[in-house]
Design a protein around this ligand. Structure first.
Ligand code: NAP
Ligand code: HSE
Length: 428
């Protein structure tokens, strides 16, 4: 059968893995699809750079239009990242009838619906399995495996870099900047790791998962985001002492037809399956009304794990091409978006306060919670070895976020509360 010809945009961590998997697994790929996969041209920024993969210099180009205008190329695999010029390249390739496989969550979270609409008009496939949770086939699972169910909650550890950093900080007491450097060297972190550590990368992935899971067009701005850069060793110590692990969790929830999507450091009870997801591993917990609890686990970043998802998408394009059904399986979000208000979003909270160590302080603090109908589950007071203040660690019962904001605002007016050090979500 005629080979499927691929133009690869990018030969970095993921692009190298894609070439390697196609080279090493070609025989199996042909058996599955009937067509060999042939990478004919590869776009790079610097063609003279030394590469850790065997590709001929004739395949490399620094001019994207060499690939986009090549009438022989059937599929563009986009693993260069970024929004522009990447979006232009993809739209121009679709206009020329080329199918797209991408690992780019930044682009799909921001412009996914526009790209899908262009693809539908041209009967082209757009697959983006590697964009969420690297090597875990979670997009196909939610789209196809859950097609008969109604998903009400998705909780995910969907950023490998931050999970790697938090695991090292928790298990080895490692230093934050040092572990971040390691994650960069291992190819896990984004070109600008701010998007990893400030939770934006996870927010993009949660917007994609919530859109697919709830059939609602969830925009990046709909996701409330808090990163890990201000997590201290005290936060980690107290979380663990109280029986929790501290993780950067994305949580998308639906009640009736109102939804909320958040990314924030979250204390998760030891014993919950997500609490033992460590290192660069990702996991996505999906609750379906009919099926109940499910969880999907695997490497969330890195050369070969991510490339397996990219090449699996190529196999899907190839099968569709052979059957003549490209672009026919796309379901656009069909439900109207209704975001939950702060009054409707409720969860337990962990709060670490520095307060003056004097009689009556705890009672004053308790009164603020009580005034705003926030009930307390546990309170721990610790002397602080480094200064005369005391540390108070509170876990609330489930409280709506409007009330919590009033409580935290009122603390800023109390002389006895020196500092609200941290506030995190708690999931049992
Ligand atoms: P990377 O290592 O930085 O590689 C980027 C590649 O694209 C390089 O080969 C670079 O060329 C090329 N490139 C970048 N901008 C270009 C431009 N304007 N023109 C031409 N070539 C350009 O990136 P990566 O880690 O492989 O990530 C690629 C994509 O996959 C991103 O969207 C990322 O978010 C996503 N992703 C990554 C992982 C992971 O584990 N790394 C996991 C899932 C998804 P040179 O080689 O010449 O510099
Ligand atoms: N920087 C991302 C992560 C790569 O650490 O999870 C995978 O999307």
């Amino acid at each position: 059968m005629k080979p499927i010809k691929v133009g690869l945009l990018g030969l970095g961590t993921v692009g190298t893995g894609v070439v390697r998997i196609i080279q090493n697994h070609q025989e199996d790929l042909v058996m599955q699809t009937g067509s060999p996969i042939e990478i004919t041209k590869i776009l790079v920024k610097n063609a003279g750079k030394s590469r850790n993969i065997d590709v001929s210099s004739a395949q490399l180009t620094e001019d994207a239009w060499d690939i986009i205008n090549d009438g022989e190329i059937d599929v563009i695999v986009e693993v260069m990242g970024g929004i522009e010029p990447t979006k232009t390249y993809i739209l121009e390739a679709l206009a020329r009838g080329k199918h797209i496989v991408t690992a780019n969550k930044d682009l799909m979270a921001l412009h996914g619906q526009e790209i899908m609409a262009h693809a539908a008009r041209k009967n082209c496939d757009v697959f983006y399995e590697a964009s969420v949770a690297g090597g875990i086939p979670i997009i196909r699972t939610i789209r196809e495996g859950f097609a008969s169910d109604r998903i009400t909650k998705i909780m995910g550890i969907v950023n490998g870099t931050t999970n790697y950093i938090l695991t090292k900080m928790c298990q080895e007491g490692a230093d934050y900047p040092e572990v971040l450097k390691e994650a960069q060297a291992l190819g896990y972190a984004e070109a600008d790791p701010t998007s990893d550590v400030e939770g934006l990368d996870a927010a993009r992935k949660m917007a994609i998962l919530a859109t697919l899971g709830f059939n609602v067009e969830v925009a990046l701005d709909d996701v409330s985001v808090q990163g890990i850069s201000s997590i201290s060793s005290d936060d980690i110590t107290y979380s663990q002492r109280l029986g929790y692990e501290l993780k950067l969790l994305g949580i998308a929830e639906r009640d009736n037809d109102s939804i909320s999507v958040t990314v924030q450091p979250t204390l998760i009870k030891k014993g919950h399956p997500l609490a033992s997801v460590n290192g660069v591993f990702n996991a996505v917990y999906v609750y379906g009304e009919a099926v109940g609890e499910t969880m999907f686990y695997g490497p969330g970043a890195g050369e070969l794990p991510t490339a397996t998802s990219v090449v699996a998408d190529l196999v899907a394009v190839s099968k569709n091409t052979n059957l003549g059904v490209n672009g026919r399986r796309v379901t656009a979000p069909y439900k109207q978006k209704k975001l939950k208000t702060d009054e409707e979003v409720a969860y337990k909270n962990f709060i670490l306060l520095h307060v003056s160590d004097e009689p009556g302080v705890l009672a004053n603090i308790a009164q603020v919670f009580s005034q705003h109908q926030v009930s307390l589950q546990s309170v721990l007071q610790q002397p602080n070895p480094n200064n005369p203040d005391a540390e108070i660690i509170i876990i609330t019962h489930e409280a709506n976020q409007a009330s919590m904001k009033k409580v935290l605002n009122e603390f800023t007016t109390l002389d006895d509360v020196r500092r609200v050090v941290s506030v995190y979500r708690v999931e049992d």
